[in-house]
Design a protein around this ligand. Sequence first.
Ligand code: MEV
Length: 317
Amino acid sequence: MKTLSDQAVGTAHGKIILIGEHAVVYNEPAIAMPFLATPVEVIIETIDGDSVISSSYYQGFFKNVPSSLKNIYTLTETICADLNQSADGMSISISSLIPPERGMGSSAAVATALVRALFSYFKKSLDQTSLLNYVDISEKIAHGNPSGLDARVTSSESPVYFKKNSRFTSIPLHVSGYLIAADTGMKGQTKKAVEDVAQQMKQSYKQTRQLITKIGLLTEEAKTAIEENHTARLGELMTLSHDCLKQLNVSNEALDHLVETALKQKALGAKLTGGGRGGCMIALAKTAKQAKRIAHKLMENGAVETWIHALGEDFND
Ligand code: MEV
């Protein structure tokens, strides 16, 4: 976060949920990691008159933003009111390499970068608790009932073990292996998927609760697998959690197809990541060579973009 005379910059990055999505909304744990390959930057400069915003969604007067940017608008108004500052006279420019609406934490990362930029612009100090509270305001508008996970990981430099309403802990990612992330090219539907799981919780409580509890247990086991460097077991747990997410109806054909493709290519495990119903999936490979082959096959089978992320120490190919 830096200020250049009357220009302020705030940054954040994307995230990948290794395991525990959706269950985390119901107080089960989740493990997620920062995805530094996908940075976000917000720059604020002083202008005369009404504030303007420039993003890939919209360019124009801030007061006329489309509903997809309502979270950003409300967040800015709230911060300006809390800091006794005018919300006019700013040019806010958002640039992001996170594919939007793909379960990679785009909305939380943009909100995080914006909060940091606004505090820097108004020359106010910002502690982590206030940052998370502000990002939660924006995430509630974007996602309905967020667990807070995205807000924490998009502002963190290390992997996070997280339980709603409790302290989140950074965990070292000792496990060796390569994580492949692939984008289906379809917008994910986090808000709708979270709402539908809540509906299922009302309609078929026992069955839904069992699935949520099972994801929680798989996540606890994944934490142990990470701590003890059991890459193969971590992979199995990822695939088992995908099966649960499928039964929760938050996967879709494109995600299932990419998961099956990765498993056919001898991935140690594969699952959707984030809210689901589109968006991204992840797969785990033992070596860089296998990871490249899996990424290639995922592209042949409909993925529009892939990323490879080395975890912990290297294995030799
Ligand atoms: C979205 O990235 C993760 C979900 O668990 C929702 C949330 O935690 O707020 C689906």
